[in-house]
Design a protein around this ligand. Structure first.
Ligand code: GLY
Ligand code: MN
Length: 366
């Protein structure tokens, strides 16, 4: 368990019990990604409450560091699977919290389900303090181990992308390319995908979050491939715009502008600069080429346990970048009913600047 993170939050928020209820926050603090809740009472053993079907898996992940309590609505003999509490999740959770007789309980309210939060409020005998911001801030700064997991996830996504480039032919469908990308990531060791792979060709590429279709790929049109792998619970997120044949001159100019915007934005990343400054940089370059009206999303986002985490590189996020953050930089141009271009890399903020974790070519014609 990330004891340092937990004790910092407990001290800062002056709480005597920490309760985390979302899969991502539980995964961050314990390594177990799944349904349940983590309960850490001050000066007592932490508990991980999980559905009975997850008890073996959770136990094998946390290896005795945290006590596992399984809940079920069935009756089981107590010795069969360790500690079992009969009841529904929310009932068992609140009765466990009440057993500790705590006065101030910190809960990740922002990401927790509303009906669960309402239930907790009505059923625990303690005041509830929101600790969402503190967990979010801790998650923004990656440890050496987390960075290593992301590096692996990036390497795997690059292998999937390489398979796409090697297999790309006129007449293939977008879905064919998704299959090749995802198969390539699995072959390289992906434990899952960070998000459903996007392949969007021709006019479909004007949708930043296109759903892949059976549309057949034509020569000389942009094909956006946006893919990410999961490795040890950590995500990567990579995009390239590929072409079969040649890049038409007008589109080449746009591609070059997007690459310039991306490289300039990456080059300004260093500790102390704000997330919004990186966004402004990319937007300025695209404005220079008259393309800003086609730049319809933010410049990037943090990656980690989730593919979209804080900070967001947009106009309103003034988060100051710090060493250990990992962010995407992904400017794009989207011309409705014609085409789209996006280039995305994953960047680690280092002590003195940045390190681009991905290293795939940016102009790809096959
Ligand atoms: N890779 C999808 C996105 O960042 O929105
Ligand atoms: Mn992204």
């Amino acid at each position: 368990m990330r004891c340092d993170v937990v004790s910092n939050i407990m001290e800062k928020k002056n709480i005597d019990c920490l309760v985390v209820t979302t899969e991502e926050n539980i995964a961050y603090l314990t390594g177990y990604r799944g349904p349940g809740a983590l309960i850490v009472p001050k000066n007592d053993r932490p508990l991980l409450l999980v559905p009975l079907l997850e008890a073996y898996r959770a136990s094998d992940i946390v290896k005795g560091e945290i006590e596992i309590i399984a809940y079920t609505e069935y009756s089981f003999p107590p010795s069969t699977y360790g500690t079992i509490r009969k009841g529904r999740f929310r009932e068992v959770l609140t009765s466990l919290i009440n057993e500790f007789n705590m006065k101030k309980v910190g809960v990740d309210l922002k990401s927790a389900k509303h009906d669960l939060v309402n239930y907790i409020r009505e059923h625990i005998n303690a005041s509830i303090i929101d600790i969402s911001t503190e967990i979010e801030s801790a998650r923004m700064i990656k440890s050496v181990e987390e960075i290593e997991f992301i590096r692996n996830a990036v390497r795997i996504a690059e292998k999937g992308l390489k398979k796409c480039v090697e297999s790309l032919r006129e007449g293939m469908s977008e879905i064919d390319l998704v299959r090749i990308a995802e198969y390539g990531m699995r072959e390289a060791g992906a434990e899952g995908y960070a998000f459903p792979t996007i392949v969007a060709s021709g006019p479909n590429a004007a949708y930043p979050h296109a759903t892949p279709t059976r549309r057949r790929i034509k020569r000389n049109e942009p094909i956006i491939v946006d893919l990410g792998a999961l490795f040890k619970n950590y995500c990567s997120d990579l995009t390239r715009t590929l072409f079969v044949g040649n890049i038409p001159n007008d589109i080449k100019k746009v591609l070059e502008a997007v690459i310039e915007a991306q490289e300039e934005a990456i080059d300004c990343i260093e500790p102390g600069i704000r997330a919004c400054d990186v966004d402004e940089k990319a937007r300025k370059i695209l404005t220079k080429y008259g393309l800003d009206k086609h730049y319809i999303h933010s410049t990037g986002h943090g990656i980690g346990i989730e593919v979209h985490e804080s900070p967001t590189l947009n106009v309103s996020d003034t988060t100051i970048l710090k060493e250990g953050m990992v962010i995407t930089v992904e400017p794009g141009v989207y011309i409705w009913r014609r085409y789209g271009i996006r280039i995305e890399d994953d960047v680690l903020v280092t002590k003195s600047g940045r390190e681009v974790l991905s290293s795939f070519a940016k102009v790809i014609e096959v």
